[in-house]
Write a protein that binds this ligand. Structure first.
Ligand code: CS2
Length: 460
């Protein structure tokens, strides 16, 4: 697929991509961005006719996406799979692809460019390089290497260096990762980095860091998906992404300057994202992780298979009902029990083939956001968070059983579990990992005994 083949495609981008100028920089050009923010941006351009919001997409590690998109003039398709129907659309909003390790200076220059009004991010939990307490992890070797003066490779380093060089309008930096209060969280990291690097300037205070909640299930693309896209399009698309029909974006209405008319494409702009974000992280992402670990332990390859197991579906429902809902303040107009049911229904979509191992990865940085806040709140309310503890116990057994753990703290986790021969020893070894569990949880006897009970059952 490329611009030449466009005229023959059954689906075309809504706006002629050649007319779009870059106004957005996106850090983390994975499948999720291509099935989410890029789609909202494309639809907003179509509805408003505005041409200033093309995207410069930055891959943080490998050149794979660049190699896929460059020969296709940045075009790619989104293959939407519902339970019984599928559709495909071509997206043209990504106008440039940079690979950070190849061209770190170009990344900073794009962020600094006057024409860039908004930077969006999907760099996953570990991409923020935060310490477990929330601030910047100054012991991180990559942060240290950036601070030592190389062209920055870390996300916070790129943002701080770009901000320091800005001379034009204030910048909006919009985190789209599954983190609690992701906007203020990122703002603190960037400011701490700038302090450590001796970077100053009014651009830092003028920048806005709105919070946002993003939602769409986007599994990793497989060769079979690429073949299916080729069948539907009549040409090959190496960069196709697969997604469920559901799509949601709730954004704090706090921009430093201009922004794309994402609301025209269905994004909700609001004063307070927190209730949306808490509901999504504690219900959707928490049950997703629970099903991933329990499902993988039962040998299920996909989330859909796991949630179709009655016992596992019951465990997820129980988590939502007894532990999560009592900790939440529902956002206006959201009925929490129905939201919980709708989430499980989405997981059951058999066409997505979302791997349990994909959702299971990076548990050490996902658990705190998805489950440990709920556990803390329940303990504070003198309740026993038995269901949330089951999800954590499933992670523990999964870590102990897996030969390789896909996690930024894999070495530490594997070392901790190496000599843990009994359920109690396993719980004690992992609960002591202070980069995962905060002090109050490490010392909670209630949590410890719940974990020992569940790990014993799961190990049987
Ligand atoms: C998933 C999320 O991989 C994971 O950990 O829980 O990526 C999930 O699919 C999205 O947050 C859905 O919006």
């Amino acid at each position: 697929m490329n611009r030449l083949s466009l005229s023959n495609l059954p689906t075309k981008p809504a706006v002629d991509p050649a007319e779009l100028a870059v106004g957005i920089v996106h850090l983390g050009l994975g499948a999720f961005h291509r099935a989410h923010q890029a789609v909202f941006t494309e639809r907003a351009a179509q509805l408003t006719g505005e041409t200033r919001w093309g995207i410069s997409g930055i891959s943080q590690r490998s050149a794979t996406v660049k190699n896929q998109l460059a020969p296709q003039d940045g075009l790619y398709s989104v293959l939407t799979r519902g339970t019984d129907e599928e559709s495909i659309e071509v997206i043209g909003s990504i106008r440039e692809v940079l690979t950070a390790p190849e061209d770190p200076d170009a990344v900073v220059a794009r962020i600094a460019d006057d024409r860039t009004a908004v930077v969006t991010l999907t760099v996953t939990e570990k991409g923020y390089r935060a310490a477990s307490g929330g601030g910047l992890d100054l012991s991180d070797p990559e942060i240290q290497a950036d601070l030592a003066g190389r062209p920055p490779r870390t996300v916070v380093g790129q943002l701080a260096a770009g901000l320091a060089r800005r001379t034009g309008e204030p910048l909006t930096i919009l985190s789209c990762d599954n983190l609690v209060a992701n906007g203020p969280f990122l703002q603190r990291l960037v400011h701490e980095y700038a302090d450590a690097a001796g970077l100053h300037g009014e651009q830092f205070d003028a920048a806005a860091f709105p919070a946002s909640m993003v939602d769409r299930i986007v599994p990793a693309t497989t060769d079979a998906d690429r073949d299916e896209a080729a069948r539907l399009l009549g040409v090959r698309d190496e960069a196709v992404v697969v997604a469920e029909p559901f799509l949601q974006w709730v954004i704090e209405d706090h921009f430093a300057g201009a922004r794309p008319a994402w609301h025209t494409a269905g994004a909700v702009l609001t004063d307070d994202v927190a209730p949306w974000e808490q509901a999504k992280l504690r219900m959707l992402n928490a049950t997703h992780s629970m099903l991933a670990y329990l499902g993988a332990l039962r040998g299920y390859e996909t989330i859909a298979e796991a949630v179709r197991d009655d016992e596992l579906a019951a465990a997820a429902r129980e988590l939502i009902r007894t532990d999560v809902i009592p900790t939440l303040t529902p956002p206006d107009g959201l009925d929490l029990p129905s939201y919980g049911e709708s989430v499980l229904e989405r997981f059951a979509n058999p066409a997505l083939k979302h791997k349990t191992t994909q959702v299971a990865m990076d548990g050490s940085v996902k658990l705190p956001v998805r489950l440990l806040g709920t556990i803390q709140d329940r303990l504070d309310a003198n309740a026993e968070p038995a269901s949330a503890a089951l999800a954590v116990a499933a992670w523990m057994v999964y870590v102990a059983r897996s030969t390789t753990v896909d996690d930024p703290q894999a070495e530490r986790l594997k070392a901790a579990t190496a000599n843990a021969g009994t359920p109690t020893a396993l719980v004690d070894a992992l609960l002591a990992v202070n980069t995962v569990f905060p002090a109050d949880l490490r010392t909670s006897e209630t949590l410890r005994s719940l974990l020992v009970r569940h790990v014993t059952e799961l190990s049987g």
